[in-house]
Design a protein around this ligand. Structure first.
Ligand code: AMP
Ligand code: DBH
Length: 536
């Protein structure tokens, strides 16, 4: 049985096929087309895998999973970091028609539970190196709470849960059965703005196209040597063009555990990396490292640096070509679909000052005023979009979808943008209740709900505050029965099992939250107080 999701209306599906965007190929084709290639696909520390090997190992795992009774049409919760097994697992699941959601490695109990509750997975694949899975305690509770889970495989486990053994066991005549190309292939994660994190169904057709087109725009070829230093599961390093773009082009992906300069610079030098993707704070740290080491010599092979996920300041942007000696490409994308790129042959001014333009001619993007009417070029309003790789609805979320889409299927991303006469976008702000902490998104409501579980907390509001490195950090404004210190608040949230990046960087207690005339929490006022550094 196929997983439910909101489809594109027939006339759109027909048009996207006619124009050649939707090719009706499964995402597994990205790998299997190179099944007999001995070119290096992935380098993970001292482990090197050819395309032939990645394909064979994912066949092995696919076969093991079938033997364990995992069936086409079912779903999986996967949490793997930047390791080769991430891609092996992804392709293995697609090969047997199982749709995974790939949690970020920074996610904790709370996030994993939220995804499992929504998706009802039959399979959990995770890593003994993650603190949650160091012992069996969490697995035991998790399986008890989510009774759909029948199989648990853990990377680094040597016993009954061994993922490694399931990957190493030679496959016998695997018959791959991906889901149909116009059905759900897997689920992406939304940065979100709601209490529970939302899942984004992505079909083979739409995701494959976004990768093909990204490769064209970014010039990825068999010569591409890509450093993946952002979380591999994130949409950006996965598909813009990311590792999947590299695989499609038969290039090489080198994995790094994090984007620190101390880790990445030697990898760039050793593996002659020519393109990588960063978020703005990592750019700052790289520039700082170049200054401290008085050299950018180890970056000599780097030709293109993609920057996205959060607003890049023009000051930082201008320093990239000058100090890193490579070209900059701004990327403004979203796991929901739409991706904008500055073009490789754009004038430098445009590359520094804009967040690019939509990659596909059939991306429909316009700017709406408060009443949902279109605004002329140059004016700031809400981003509205639909297109061949932009989803039509969050998984099982009819209520939220009703407000996230207009009646014509345009998705409102919650970003405030302006589009110039040439179609180039600048991100001007945000309407959604989210904090963008250096590219890591925090849904205010999710954290507020957790804060309200504390016995001393009466009201809670999470707002952004400016930060010179991260762009934004978070501040929790609390009305409490008894005074609460920041450390105690963070400890409490950690105990609730929430990802570390979502913990408030600052905590302020006050008598009452300021309200707008209609009685909503006045977050604008709270942000202003933070900017003036005069806590109430
Ligand atoms: P997510 O929902 O996690 O996929 O995050 C997508 C959001 O990240 C977008 O809606 C924007 O708010 C933000 N974003 C991504 N890239 C950029 C960028 N280059 N500049 C500003 N904001 C960005
Ligand atoms: O922030 C994002 O989600 C993002 C940024 C750049 C993204 O999903 C993408 C490119 O594909």
């Amino acid at each position: 049985m196929a997983l439910p999701f909101t489809r594109w209306p027939d006339e759109f599906a027909r048009r996207y096929r006619e124009k050649g965007y939707w090719q009706d190929l499964p995402l597994t084709d990205i790998l299997t087309r190179h099944a007999h290639s001995d070119a290096t696909a992935v380098i993970d520390g001292d482990r090197t895998y050819s395309y032939r090997q990645v394909n064979q190992l994912s066949d092995n795992l696919a076969c093991s999973l079938q033997t364990l009774g995992i069936k086409r049409g079912e779903t999986a919760l996967v949490q793997l970091g930047n390791v080769a097994e991430f891609y092996i697992t992804f392709f293995a699941l697609l090969k047997i028609g199982v749709a995974p959601v790939n949690a970020l490695f920074s996610h904790q109990r709370n996030e994993l539970n939220a995804y499992a509750t929504q998706l009802k997975p039959v399979l959990l694949i995770a890593d003994r190196e993650h603190s949650l899975f160091a012992s069996d305690d969490f697995v035991t509770t998790f399986v008890a709470e989510h009774d759909t889970v029948r199989v648990v495989l853990l990377r680094g486990d040597r016993g009954e849960h061994a993922l490694d053994a399931a990957i190493d066991r030679p496959a016998e005549n695997v018959i791959t059965t991906p889901t149909p190309a116009d059905e759900v292939a897997f689920f992406q994660l939304s940065g979100g703005s709601t209490g529970t994190p939302k899942l984004i169904p992505r079909t083979h057709n739409d995701y494959y196209y976004s990768i093909v087109r990204s490769n064209e725009v970014c010039g990825f070829t068999a010569d591409t040597r890509y450093l993946c230093a952002l979380p591999a599961a994130h949409n950006y390093p996965m598909s813009s063009p990311g590792a999947l773009g590299v695989f499609l082009a038969q290039g090489c992906v080198v994995l790094a555990a994090d984007p620190s300069a101390t880790l990445c610079f030697p990898l760039i030098e050793k593996h002659r990396i020519n393109v990588t993707a960063l978020v703005p704070p990592a750019v700052s740290l790289w520039l700082q490292a170049i200054q401290e080491w008085s050299s950018n010599a180890s970056l000599a092979s780097l030709r293109l640096l993609q920057v996205g996920g959060a607003r890049l300041s023009t000051t930082l942007a201008a320093r990239i070509p000058a100090e890193m000696g490579c070209q900059l490409q701004q990327v403004f994308g979203m796991a929901e679909g739409l991706v904008n790129y500055t073009r490789l042959d754009d004038p430098i001014e445009r590359i520094i000052h804009t967040q690019g333009r939509p990659m596909c001619p059939d991306d429909e993007v316009w700017v709406a005023d408060e009443n949902g009417n279109p605004l002329p070029a140059g004016q700031v309003g809400r981003l509205m979009t639909r297109g061949p790789y932009t989803f039509r609805g969050y998984f099982n979320s009819p209520e939220h979808n009703a407000s996230a889409f207009d009646e014509h299927g345009f998705y409102s991303s919650g970003d405030l943008i302006a589009i110039d006469e040439q179609g180039y976008i600048t991100v001007q702000g945000r309407e959604k209740d989210q904090i963008n902490r250096g590219g890591e998104k925090i849904a205010a409501e999710e954290i507020e709900n957790l804060l309200l579980r504390h016995e001393a907390v009466i009201h809670a509001a999470l707002v952004s505050m400016e930060d010179s490195l991260l762009g934004e950090k978070s501040c929790a404004w609390l009305v409490t029965k008894t005074p609460l210190r920041a450390v105690a608040v963070r400890r409490f949230l950690r105990e609730q099992g929430v990802a570390e990046f979502k913990l408030p960087d600052r905590v302020e207690c006050l008598e009452a939250l300021p309200l707008t005339p209609v009685g909503k929490v006045d977050k604008k006022q709270l942000r202003q107080w933070l900017a003036q550094r005069t806590p109430a």
